[in-house]
Design a protein around this ligand. Sequence first.
Ligand SMILES: C[S@@+](CC[C@H](N)C(=O)[O-])C[C@H]1O[C@@H](n2cnc3c(N)ncnc32)[C@H](O)[C@@H]1O
Length: 226
Amino acid sequence: MATDPAYSGMNDKLKLGKGRIVGKYADKGKDNGKWFGEFKDSEENYDEFLSECKRVLKKSTGHIYIMFDSYSLLSLGSVVRSHFDVKNLITWDKVNIGMGHYFRRRHEYIIFATNGNTRKIRNRKFPDVWRFKRIHSSKYPTQKPVEVFQAMLHASSEDSFTVCDPFLGSASSAIAAIKNNCNYIGCDISDKSIEISSSRISEYLETGKDNIQTKSMAVDDKIFWE
Ligand SMILES: C[S@@+](CC[C@H](N)C(=O)[O-])C[C@H]1O[C@@H](n2cnc3c(N)ncnc32)[C@H](O)[C@@H]1O
């Protein structure tokens, strides 16, 4: 499982950017830029979400990667421990700085955990800081580079494994799954997400072209693709 939930905390509680999803997007969407439903990051809600992840993740081999911004990591990160065996806290260094009223944000976090099993990752050369450039003026709000998901899958998947992302967004994780020869299940509550994802996935399968992320965001992390 590799997922990037839409947390509400950063926007709600820090009141950045007038409570809108922070960032610059090609299409501002409706409702003053609130393009999609955010996932209310209460512990109770998160607990329920993680219980469902645990239910569907294979006990014998399952690995899970969950992305966090700094706000949600501090409020919800510890809840992951009550469901899974947390093995690493990975830092995604976005190389270029972003928004921020104090120190400007340049990173996000990824918790890597297993479902009570001891299956290892592909090899022990991978660092826990990943450098992939952020996407500017993305077509979908909070669109992540495919390479971030590819790094997760390169470390954890084998051919024909099934990857699940319950917060599909623009299907960046789906493109990574296809590149890693995996099957894929994704879902999202937003119609726009399903529309963009369907077109992106079909075009990629037909032509090998990614119609949303046209260039690689990798900087120097060749280690992940060796
Ligand atoms: C941070 S975005 C994912 C972005 C994605 N990783 C990408 O690269 O495009 C989170 C997504 O979660 C969706 N979402 C919010 N609440 C949801 C829920 N309860 N169930 C499923 N999807 C939800 C939003 O519509 C949004 O598309």
